[in-house]
Design a binder for this molecule. Structure first.
Ligand SMILES: CC(C)(COP(=O)(O)OP(=O)(O)OC[C@H]1O[C@@H](n2cnc3c(N)ncnc32)[C@H](O)[C@@H]1OP(=O)(O)O)[C@@H](O)C(=O)NCCC(=O)NCCS
Length: 165
């Protein structure tokens, strides 16, 4: 595993995280977005999470941004305010090296500190590595929804996993 550092988000990270996310929007069914957001849109999204005090973590190796993770409200309605959903995206050349597990562990720790009590993972069902990642971190499998998404001309199932923080 490379020497990596986890740190808080900085505005200068926006181009790198936008490039990482755009890859997954354009090339994969991991995210259900179909139009890659601009840097301005990503900056707006991350700014809102910072304003809410939600954890946003950047994984770096030297000056290079390897990936990012955040936890934000699962649903906007007030009674859900102690429940977060995690998101983790590593650049394609950073996957499969154990970095995701370390990043998720850090996100779980910061989400507890932020006051969240439950963390949900909402995962495209065919992504076995993401399911395994969450299982290793202590999430339990809740169930699978059939055909909640349609992208690249096919229907996509969704798995929900949950961990009490
Ligand atoms: C998902 C992601 C965060 C995982 O991080 P990672 O550093 O690549 O994963 P890790 O190496 O820490 O661990 C992944 C686990 O899945 C396992 N795995 C990989 N491919 C697998 C497969 N096809 N079937 C089952 N398990 C698999 C690995 O062996 C490893 O488990 P192990 O430690 O027990 O061997 C990363 O791959 C990523 O950013 N992918 C693209 C974006 C994404 O999918 N985000 C998640 C959205 S919910």
């Amino acid at each position: 595993m490379p020497e990596i550092t986890f740190r808080k988000f900085a505005w200068s990270d926006v181009p790198a995280i936008t490039a990482i996310y755009r890859h997954y929007v354009d090339e994969t069914v991991i995210t259900f977005e179909t139009e890659a957001p601009s840097e301005a849109t990503m900056a707006d999204r991350f700014g809102k999470m910072l304003d809410l005090g939600h954890p946003v973590i950047i994984a770096t190796e030297g000056d290079k941004v390897l990936g990012y993770a955040y936890a934000s409200f699962y649903r906007p309605r007030a009674a859900y305010r102690f429940t977060c959903e995690d998101s983790i995206y590593l650049g394609p050349d950073a996957v499969g090296k154990g970095i995701g597990s370390a990043l998720l562990a850090k996100l779980i720790e910061e989400s507890r500190t932020a006051g969240f009590k439950q963390m949900l993972a909402v995962i495209t069902a065919e992504r076995a590595n993401s399911i395994r990642l969450h299982e290793k971190a202590g999430f339990r499998y809740i169930g699978k929804y059939d055909a909640l998404g349609f992208k690249f001309d096919r229907w996509l199932d969704i798995v929900h996993m949950q961990m009490a923080l």
